[in-house]
Design a protein around this ligand. Structure first.
Ligand code: SAM
Length: 443
Protein backbone atom coordinates (compact mmCIF):
# COMPACT_ATOMS: atom_id res chain seq x y z
CA UNK A 1 0.00 0.00 0.00
CA UNK A 2 1.48 3.41 -0.92
CA UNK A 3 -0.05 5.03 2.16
CA UNK A 4 0.08 4.49 5.92
CA UNK A 5 -3.65 4.17 6.31
CA UNK A 6 -7.02 3.89 4.64
CA UNK A 7 -9.74 6.19 5.91
CA UNK A 8 -13.29 5.58 4.75
CA UNK A 9 -15.74 8.39 5.50
CA UNK A 10 -19.18 6.83 5.63
CA UNK A 11 -22.69 8.29 5.59
CA UNK A 12 -25.47 5.85 6.46
CA UNK A 13 -28.97 7.07 5.62
CA UNK A 14 -32.52 5.79 6.31
CA UNK A 15 -31.39 3.77 9.29
CA UNK A 16 -34.03 2.86 11.89
CA UNK A 17 -34.11 5.69 14.49
CA UNK A 18 -34.51 2.90 17.06
CA UNK A 19 -31.18 1.35 16.18
CA UNK A 20 -29.53 4.76 15.87
CA UNK A 21 -30.41 5.36 19.52
CA UNK A 22 -29.45 1.94 20.83
CA UNK A 23 -25.98 2.36 22.40
CA UNK A 24 -25.67 -1.35 23.19
CA UNK A 25 -26.54 -2.44 19.64
CA UNK A 26 -24.25 0.20 18.12
CA UNK A 27 -21.32 -0.65 20.42
CA UNK A 28 -21.71 -4.40 19.79
CA UNK A 29 -21.99 -3.80 16.03
CA UNK A 30 -18.94 -1.55 15.84
CA UNK A 31 -16.80 -4.04 17.82
CA UNK A 32 -18.05 -6.92 15.67
CA UNK A 33 -17.46 -4.91 12.46
CA UNK A 34 -13.84 -4.42 13.46
CA UNK A 35 -13.31 -8.07 14.39
CA UNK A 36 -15.03 -9.32 11.21
CA UNK A 37 -12.59 -7.24 9.18
CA UNK A 38 -9.74 -8.95 11.01
CA UNK A 39 -8.83 -6.09 13.36
CA UNK A 40 -7.60 -6.54 16.95
CA UNK A 41 -9.86 -4.55 19.24
CA UNK A 42 -8.13 -2.77 22.16
CA UNK A 43 -11.03 -0.94 23.78
CA UNK A 44 -14.32 0.76 23.08
CA UNK A 45 -15.88 3.87 24.53
CA UNK A 46 -19.54 4.64 23.80
CA UNK A 47 -21.86 7.26 25.17
CA UNK A 48 -25.64 7.32 24.95
CA UNK A 49 -26.87 10.87 25.10
CA UNK A 50 -30.26 11.68 26.53
CA UNK A 51 -32.71 12.41 25.00
CA UNK A 52 -31.09 10.62 22.04
CA UNK A 53 -27.98 10.05 20.01
CA UNK A 54 -24.88 7.91 20.43
CA UNK A 55 -21.17 8.68 20.06
CA UNK A 56 -18.40 6.12 20.27
CA UNK A 57 -15.04 4.85 19.17
CA UNK A 58 -13.49 1.44 18.94
CA UNK A 59 -9.72 1.57 19.26
CA UNK A 60 -8.07 -1.23 17.27
CA UNK A 61 -4.46 -2.27 16.96
CA UNK A 62 -4.79 -1.04 13.36
CA UNK A 63 -6.22 2.44 14.37
CA UNK A 64 -9.97 3.09 14.99
CA UNK A 65 -13.62 3.00 14.01
CA UNK A 66 -15.78 5.92 15.16
CA UNK A 67 -19.44 6.88 14.94
CA UNK A 68 -21.92 9.60 15.82
CA UNK A 69 -25.66 9.10 15.25
CA UNK A 70 -28.66 11.40 14.71
CA UNK A 71 -31.63 9.08 15.41
CA UNK A 72 -34.04 11.89 14.54
CA UNK A 73 -32.66 11.77 10.96
CA UNK A 74 -32.03 8.03 10.83
CA UNK A 75 -28.46 9.00 10.04
CA UNK A 76 -25.00 7.91 11.16
CA UNK A 77 -21.60 9.41 10.36
CA UNK A 78 -18.95 6.71 10.56
CA UNK A 79 -15.16 6.77 10.27
CA UNK A 80 -13.36 3.56 9.39
CA UNK A 81 -9.60 4.09 9.69
CA UNK A 82 -7.18 1.17 9.32
CA UNK A 83 -3.46 1.06 8.78
CA UNK A 84 -1.50 -1.79 7.20
CA UNK A 85 -2.87 -4.38 4.81
CA UNK A 86 -4.16 -6.98 7.31
CA UNK A 87 -7.54 -5.34 7.78
CA UNK A 88 -10.05 -4.53 5.02
CA UNK A 89 -12.22 -1.61 6.21
CA UNK A 90 -14.76 -2.29 3.45
CA UNK A 91 -15.66 -5.49 5.28
CA UNK A 92 -16.59 -3.31 8.29
CA UNK A 93 -18.57 -1.00 5.97
CA UNK A 94 -20.78 -3.84 4.68
CA UNK A 95 -21.16 -5.31 8.18
CA UNK A 96 -22.36 -1.98 9.61
CA UNK A 97 -24.68 -1.21 6.68
CA UNK A 98 -26.54 -4.42 7.53
CA UNK A 99 -26.30 -3.96 11.30
CA UNK A 100 -27.80 -0.47 11.09
CA UNK A 101 -30.39 -1.50 8.47
CA UNK A 102 -29.23 1.49 6.43
CA UNK A 103 -31.47 2.31 3.46
CA UNK A 104 -28.35 3.43 1.64
CA UNK A 105 -24.83 4.52 2.36
CA UNK A 106 -22.33 6.74 0.65
CA UNK A 107 -18.64 6.57 1.25
CA UNK A 108 -15.34 8.00 0.25
CA UNK A 109 -11.95 6.38 0.81
CA UNK A 110 -8.95 8.55 1.55
CA UNK A 111 -5.43 7.26 1.60
CA UNK A 112 -3.89 8.79 4.72
CA UNK A 113 -0.15 9.40 4.98
CA UNK A 114 0.83 9.10 1.34
CA UNK A 115 4.32 7.56 1.56
CA UNK A 116 5.61 9.68 -1.31
CA UNK A 117 4.81 12.76 0.78
CA UNK A 118 6.44 11.45 3.93
CA UNK A 119 10.12 11.50 4.89
CA UNK A 120 11.10 8.89 7.49
CA UNK A 121 13.42 10.24 10.20
CA UNK A 122 15.52 7.59 11.95
CA UNK A 123 15.19 7.88 15.69
CA UNK A 124 15.78 5.78 18.78
CA UNK A 125 12.55 3.78 18.97
CA UNK A 126 13.20 2.71 22.59
CA UNK A 127 13.34 6.37 23.63
CA UNK A 128 9.87 6.84 22.14
CA UNK A 129 8.20 3.57 23.09
CA UNK A 130 6.18 3.78 26.30
CA UNK A 131 4.64 0.87 28.08
CA UNK A 132 1.77 0.27 25.63
CA UNK A 133 0.23 -2.70 27.40
CA UNK A 134 -1.30 -1.76 30.75
CA UNK A 135 -0.26 -4.55 33.16
CA UNK A 136 -3.89 -5.22 34.06
CA UNK A 137 -4.97 -5.86 30.48
CA UNK A 138 -5.39 -9.58 29.82
CA UNK A 139 -4.32 -10.13 26.19
CA UNK A 140 -7.39 -10.54 23.96
CA UNK A 141 -9.76 -8.84 26.42
CA UNK A 142 -11.49 -5.64 25.30
CA UNK A 143 -11.87 -2.75 27.73
CA UNK A 144 -15.40 -1.54 27.04
CA UNK A 145 -16.50 1.90 28.24
CA UNK A 146 -20.22 2.10 27.60
CA UNK A 147 -22.00 4.89 29.38
CA UNK A 148 -25.65 5.52 30.21
CA UNK A 149 -26.41 9.19 30.63
CA UNK A 150 -29.52 10.78 32.12
CA UNK A 151 -29.32 14.47 31.46
CA UNK A 152 -31.34 17.61 31.54
CA UNK A 153 -30.41 21.04 30.26
CA UNK A 154 -27.65 21.71 32.77
CA UNK A 155 -27.22 18.47 34.69
CA UNK A 156 -26.21 14.98 33.61
CA UNK A 157 -25.57 11.75 35.46
CA UNK A 158 -23.49 9.16 33.61
CA UNK A 159 -23.04 5.59 34.76
CA UNK A 160 -20.65 3.16 33.11
CA UNK A 161 -22.24 -0.18 32.33
CA UNK A 162 -21.07 -3.46 30.89
CA UNK A 163 -22.73 -2.87 27.53
CA UNK A 164 -25.01 -5.86 28.12
CA UNK A 165 -28.60 -4.67 28.06
CA UNK A 166 -30.34 -6.96 30.55
CA UNK A 167 -33.87 -5.86 29.75
CA UNK A 168 -35.47 -3.55 27.17
CA UNK A 169 -39.17 -3.53 26.34
CA UNK A 170 -41.71 -0.86 25.42
CA UNK A 171 -44.99 -1.04 27.32
CA UNK A 172 -48.10 0.99 26.47
CA UNK A 173 -46.80 3.60 28.90
CA UNK A 174 -43.02 3.77 28.72
CA UNK A 175 -39.70 2.19 27.78
CA UNK A 176 -38.60 -0.20 30.53
CA UNK A 177 -34.86 -0.95 30.63
CA UNK A 178 -32.36 -2.59 32.97
CA UNK A 179 -28.65 -1.85 32.63
CA UNK A 180 -25.77 -3.68 34.35
CA UNK A 181 -23.84 -0.75 35.77
CA UNK A 182 -20.35 -1.22 37.17
CA UNK A 183 -20.73 1.10 40.16
CA UNK A 184 -24.36 0.59 41.22
CA UNK A 185 -25.26 -2.93 40.04
CA UNK A 186 -28.39 -3.48 37.97
CA UNK A 187 -30.31 -0.28 37.30
CA UNK A 188 -33.97 0.15 36.32
CA UNK A 189 -34.74 3.09 34.02
CA UNK A 190 -38.09 4.25 32.64
CA UNK A 191 -37.96 6.40 29.50
CA UNK A 192 -34.26 6.96 30.13
CA UNK A 193 -34.72 8.14 33.74
CA UNK A 194 -33.08 6.30 36.64
CA UNK A 195 -35.72 4.69 38.90
CA UNK A 196 -33.56 2.58 41.17
CA UNK A 197 -30.27 0.76 41.35
CA UNK A 198 -29.29 -2.30 43.40
CA UNK A 199 -26.62 -0.31 45.29
CA UNK A 200 -28.73 2.65 46.54
CA UNK A 201 -32.43 1.71 46.28
CA UNK A 202 -32.59 1.01 50.02
CA UNK A 203 -32.24 4.73 50.84
CA UNK A 204 -35.43 5.65 49.00
CA UNK A 205 -37.41 2.58 50.07
CA UNK A 206 -36.47 2.69 53.76
CA UNK A 207 -37.19 6.42 54.09
CA UNK A 208 -40.53 6.37 52.21
CA UNK A 209 -41.83 3.61 54.54
CA UNK A 210 -40.29 3.52 58.04
CA UNK A 211 -40.70 7.24 58.79
CA UNK A 212 -44.52 7.01 58.51
CA UNK A 213 -44.70 3.50 59.99
CA UNK A 214 -42.97 4.64 63.23
CA UNK A 215 -44.92 7.85 63.58
CA UNK A 216 -48.28 6.26 62.74
CA UNK A 217 -48.19 3.17 64.94
CA UNK A 218 -51.84 2.23 64.54
CA UNK A 219 -51.57 1.71 60.76
CA UNK A 220 -53.19 -1.56 59.68
CA UNK A 221 -53.92 -0.93 55.98
CA UNK A 222 -51.43 0.59 53.58
CA UNK A 223 -51.76 1.47 49.88
CA UNK A 224 -48.83 2.05 47.51
CA UNK A 225 -49.46 3.68 44.14
CA UNK A 226 -46.62 3.10 41.69
CA UNK A 227 -43.69 1.30 43.25
CA UNK A 228 -43.60 -1.51 40.65
CA UNK A 229 -39.96 -2.26 41.52
CA UNK A 230 -41.25 -3.72 44.79
CA UNK A 231 -38.89 -1.95 47.20
CA UNK A 232 -41.57 0.03 49.02
CA UNK A 233 -43.81 -2.97 49.73
CA UNK A 234 -40.72 -5.02 50.73
CA UNK A 235 -40.06 -2.47 53.50
CA UNK A 236 -43.73 -2.09 54.52
CA UNK A 237 -44.15 -5.85 54.90
CA UNK A 238 -41.33 -5.89 57.48
CA UNK A 239 -43.98 -4.38 59.80
CA UNK A 240 -46.04 -7.27 61.20
CA UNK A 241 -48.77 -4.86 62.42
CA UNK A 242 -49.82 -4.22 58.79
CA UNK A 243 -52.72 -6.58 58.05
CA UNK A 244 -53.02 -5.59 54.38
CA UNK A 245 -50.70 -3.91 51.88
CA UNK A 246 -52.08 -3.05 48.42
CA UNK A 247 -49.74 -2.17 45.53
CA UNK A 248 -51.28 -0.55 42.42
CA UNK A 249 -48.74 -0.42 39.58
CA UNK A 250 -49.85 0.59 36.09
CA UNK A 251 -47.12 -1.25 34.16
CA UNK A 252 -46.72 -5.05 34.40
CA UNK A 253 -43.37 -4.85 32.55
CA UNK A 254 -41.81 -2.91 35.46
CA UNK A 255 -42.74 -5.77 37.80
CA UNK A 256 -41.43 -8.35 35.28
CA UNK A 257 -38.11 -6.50 34.78
CA UNK A 258 -37.51 -6.23 38.53
CA UNK A 259 -38.44 -9.84 39.26
CA UNK A 260 -35.83 -10.85 36.65
CA UNK A 261 -33.01 -8.37 37.31
CA UNK A 262 -33.59 -6.65 40.69
CA UNK A 263 -34.66 -9.69 42.73
CA UNK A 264 -33.73 -8.14 46.10
CA UNK A 265 -36.12 -5.29 45.42
CA UNK A 266 -38.88 -7.53 44.04
CA UNK A 267 -38.58 -10.08 46.87
CA UNK A 268 -41.97 -9.44 48.50
CA UNK A 269 -44.24 -9.77 45.46
CA UNK A 270 -45.40 -13.20 46.64
CA UNK A 271 -46.03 -12.15 50.24
CA UNK A 272 -49.52 -13.35 51.34
CA UNK A 273 -50.28 -9.96 52.95
CA UNK A 274 -49.68 -8.23 49.60
CA UNK A 275 -52.57 -7.39 47.28
CA UNK A 276 -50.79 -6.73 43.95
CA UNK A 277 -52.87 -4.94 41.29
CA UNK A 278 -51.75 -3.95 37.79
CA UNK A 279 -53.93 -0.93 37.03
CA UNK A 280 -53.92 2.85 36.84
CA UNK A 281 -53.55 4.26 40.35
CA UNK A 282 -55.68 7.27 39.46
CA UNK A 283 -58.61 5.04 38.47
CA UNK A 284 -58.07 2.90 41.58
CA UNK A 285 -58.15 5.88 43.97
CA UNK A 286 -61.19 7.41 42.25
CA UNK A 287 -63.10 4.15 42.77
CA UNK A 288 -61.77 3.52 46.30
CA UNK A 289 -64.14 3.81 49.31
CA UNK A 290 -63.81 6.72 51.75
CA UNK A 291 -61.44 6.29 54.72
CA UNK A 292 -60.12 2.86 53.69
CA UNK A 293 -56.38 3.36 54.30
CA UNK A 294 -54.25 4.39 57.28
CA UNK A 295 -51.25 5.06 55.05
CA UNK A 296 -51.12 5.92 51.34
CA UNK A 297 -47.68 6.12 49.69
CA UNK A 298 -47.36 7.67 46.22
CA UNK A 299 -44.19 5.97 44.93
CA UNK A 300 -44.36 7.52 41.49
CA UNK A 301 -41.73 8.42 38.92
CA UNK A 302 -41.36 12.05 37.77
CA UNK A 303 -44.44 14.10 36.73
CA UNK A 304 -44.23 12.92 33.11
CA UNK A 305 -45.92 10.16 31.12
CA UNK A 306 -48.28 7.86 33.07
CA UNK A 307 -47.23 9.49 36.35
CA UNK A 308 -48.24 13.04 35.45
CA UNK A 309 -51.73 12.62 36.89
CA UNK A 310 -50.23 11.56 40.23
CA UNK A 311 -49.05 15.16 40.81
CA UNK A 312 -52.43 16.92 40.60
CA UNK A 313 -54.69 18.51 43.22
CA UNK A 314 -57.60 16.34 42.02
CA UNK A 315 -55.58 13.21 42.71
CA UNK A 316 -54.38 14.36 46.15
CA UNK A 317 -57.95 15.30 47.13
CA UNK A 318 -59.02 11.73 46.29
CA UNK A 319 -56.12 10.38 48.36
CA UNK A 320 -57.27 12.57 51.27
CA UNK A 321 -60.82 11.15 50.91
CA UNK A 322 -59.53 7.56 51.01
CA UNK A 323 -57.50 8.07 54.21
CA UNK A 324 -58.82 7.15 57.67
CA UNK A 325 -59.42 10.21 59.94
CA UNK A 326 -55.88 9.79 61.32
CA UNK A 327 -54.37 8.71 57.99
CA UNK A 328 -51.09 9.83 56.48
CA UNK A 329 -50.08 10.46 52.85
CA UNK A 330 -46.41 10.09 51.85
CA UNK A 331 -45.14 11.10 48.42
CA UNK A 332 -41.76 11.18 46.73
CA UNK A 333 -41.72 14.96 46.20
CA UNK A 334 -38.85 15.39 43.77
CA UNK A 335 -35.60 17.30 44.39
CA UNK A 336 -35.85 20.81 45.89
CA UNK A 337 -32.83 21.78 43.82
CA UNK A 338 -33.39 19.88 40.56
CA UNK A 339 -37.06 20.72 39.95
CA UNK A 340 -37.69 23.52 42.42
CA UNK A 341 -40.79 24.72 40.55
CA UNK A 342 -42.59 21.37 40.84
CA UNK A 343 -41.38 21.04 44.44
CA UNK A 344 -42.93 24.36 45.50
CA UNK A 345 -46.14 23.73 43.54
CA UNK A 346 -46.88 20.31 45.02
CA UNK A 347 -46.22 21.45 48.61
CA UNK A 348 -48.62 24.37 48.11
CA UNK A 349 -51.18 21.83 46.90
CA UNK A 350 -50.62 19.49 49.89
CA UNK A 351 -51.08 22.45 52.29
CA UNK A 352 -54.32 23.52 50.60
CA UNK A 353 -55.71 19.99 51.04
CA UNK A 354 -54.26 18.87 54.41
CA UNK A 355 -53.66 22.25 56.09
CA UNK A 356 -50.51 24.36 56.47
CA UNK A 357 -49.16 22.79 59.70
CA UNK A 358 -50.07 19.22 58.65
CA UNK A 359 -47.49 19.01 55.84
CA UNK A 360 -43.85 18.15 56.50
CA UNK A 361 -40.86 17.68 54.17
CA UNK A 362 -37.93 15.35 54.76
CA UNK A 363 -34.79 14.71 52.76
CA UNK A 364 -32.51 11.81 51.90
CA UNK A 365 -29.25 11.40 49.99
CA UNK A 366 -29.76 9.23 46.89
CA UNK A 367 -26.58 9.24 44.76
CA UNK A 368 -28.17 8.17 41.45
CA UNK A 369 -30.99 10.72 41.56
CA UNK A 370 -30.46 14.17 39.99
CA UNK A 371 -28.44 16.37 42.40
CA UNK A 372 -28.27 13.42 44.88
CA UNK A 373 -30.72 15.17 47.27
CA UNK A 374 -34.31 13.86 47.16
CA UNK A 375 -37.37 14.79 49.20
CA UNK A 376 -40.43 13.11 50.64
CA UNK A 377 -43.62 14.75 51.91
CA UNK A 378 -45.51 13.69 55.05
CA UNK A 379 -49.12 14.96 55.16
CA UNK A 380 -51.39 14.11 58.11
CA UNK A 381 -55.18 14.04 57.82
CA UNK A 382 -55.36 13.78 61.64
CA UNK A 383 -52.91 14.64 64.43
CA UNK A 384 -50.05 12.31 63.46
CA UNK A 385 -46.71 14.15 63.75
CA UNK A 386 -43.66 12.62 62.04
CA UNK A 387 -41.33 13.61 64.88
CA UNK A 388 -43.47 12.04 67.59
CA UNK A 389 -42.38 8.41 67.50
CA UNK A 390 -40.97 5.64 69.67
CA UNK A 391 -37.21 6.09 69.17
CA UNK A 392 -36.29 2.92 71.05
CA UNK A 393 -38.66 0.85 68.91
CA UNK A 394 -37.25 2.44 65.74
CA UNK A 395 -33.68 1.75 66.87
CA UNK A 396 -34.50 -1.86 67.75
CA UNK A 397 -36.34 -2.40 64.44
CA UNK A 398 -33.53 -0.88 62.33
CA UNK A 399 -31.02 -3.19 64.03
CA UNK A 400 -33.19 -6.30 63.95
CA UNK A 401 -34.09 -5.84 60.27
CA UNK A 402 -30.50 -4.99 59.25
CA UNK A 403 -31.57 -1.74 57.62
CA UNK A 404 -28.88 0.10 55.67
CA UNK A 405 -30.09 3.72 55.93
CA UNK A 406 -33.06 4.24 58.25
CA UNK A 407 -32.54 4.55 62.04
CA UNK A 408 -34.02 6.64 64.87
CA UNK A 409 -31.49 9.47 64.39
CA UNK A 410 -31.79 9.79 60.59
CA UNK A 411 -35.58 9.79 61.14
CA UNK A 412 -35.20 13.06 63.06
CA UNK A 413 -32.32 14.49 61.03
CA UNK A 414 -34.19 14.07 57.76
CA UNK A 415 -36.68 16.74 58.85
CA UNK A 416 -33.92 19.23 59.67
CA UNK A 417 -34.13 21.27 56.48
CA UNK A 418 -31.48 23.59 55.04
CA UNK A 419 -32.51 27.26 54.82
CA UNK A 420 -32.97 27.24 51.03
CA UNK A 421 -35.52 24.42 51.33
CA UNK A 422 -37.33 26.23 54.18
CA UNK A 423 -37.42 29.35 51.97
CA UNK A 424 -38.81 27.40 49.01
CA UNK A 425 -41.50 25.89 51.25
CA UNK A 426 -42.41 29.10 53.12
CA UNK A 427 -42.59 31.56 50.25
CA UNK A 428 -41.63 29.79 47.04
CA UNK A 429 -41.95 32.82 44.77
CA UNK A 430 -40.63 32.57 41.21
CA UNK A 431 -37.71 34.68 42.31
CA UNK A 432 -36.81 32.26 45.13
CA UNK A 433 -37.27 29.29 42.78
CA UNK A 434 -34.92 30.83 40.21
CA UNK A 435 -32.43 31.61 42.94
CA UNK A 436 -32.15 27.97 44.03
CA UNK A 437 -33.16 25.89 41.02
CA UNK A 438 -30.29 24.02 39.35
CA UNK A 439 -32.37 23.73 36.23
CA UNK A 440 -33.70 26.60 34.07
CA UNK A 441 -37.25 27.29 35.33
CA UNK A 442 -38.49 28.07 31.81
CA UNK A 443 -40.73 30.74 33.24
N1 SAM B 1 -38.30 5.68 42.96
C1 SAM B 1 -38.68 6.04 41.69
C2 SAM B 1 -38.55 7.51 41.47
O1 SAM B 1 -38.59 8.27 42.43
O2 SAM B 1 -38.36 7.89 40.34
C3 SAM B 1 -40.05 5.58 41.37
C4 SAM B 1 -40.16 4.20 41.41
S1 SAM B 1 -41.46 3.38 40.74
C5 SAM B 1 -40.60 2.49 39.61
C6 SAM B 1 -42.51 4.41 39.82
C7 SAM B 1 -43.63 3.59 39.22
O3 SAM B 1 -44.83 4.35 39.08
C8 SAM B 1 -43.31 3.08 37.82
O4 SAM B 1 -43.19 1.69 37.85
C9 SAM B 1 -44.50 3.52 36.97
O5 SAM B 1 -44.89 2.56 36.02
C10 SAM B 1 -45.57 3.70 38.05
N2 SAM B 1 -46.66 4.57 37.64
C11 SAM B 1 -46.59 5.69 36.88
N3 SAM B 1 -47.83 6.19 36.69
C12 SAM B 1 -48.70 5.38 37.36
C13 SAM B 1 -50.11 5.37 37.55
N4 SAM B 1 -50.87 6.32 37.00
N5 SAM B 1 -50.64 4.39 38.30
C14 SAM B 1 -49.86 3.43 38.87
N6 SAM B 1 -48.51 3.36 38.71
C15 SAM B 1 -47.95 4.34 37.97
Amino acid sequence: MNALGRHILVEFYDCSPELMNDVVHIENSMVAAAETAGATVINSTFHHFSPYGVSGVVVIQESHLAIHTWPEFGYAAVDLFTCGDSVDPWVSYSFLKDAFEAGHGSSMELRRGQLNLLKRTDFNLDALRDVAQRPTDVPGTITRDVWFTERDENIALSLKHTGNQLYKKDSDYQRVEVFETLAYGNMLTLDGMVMCTQKDEYVYHEMITHVPMFSHRKAKRALVIGGGDGGTVRELLRHEQLEEVTLVEIDALVIEACKLHLPETAVAFDNPRLNLLVEDGIKYINECEDGRYDLIIIDSADPVGPGEGLFTAEFYKEVYRCLTPDGVMITQSESPRFNSGVFVEIYDTYKQIFGDNKVHCYLAAIPTYPTGTWSFSYSSKGESNPLVFDKAAAAQFSKAQGLKYYNEDIHVAAFALPNFVKELLSHGSQEVIEQYSAEPTNE
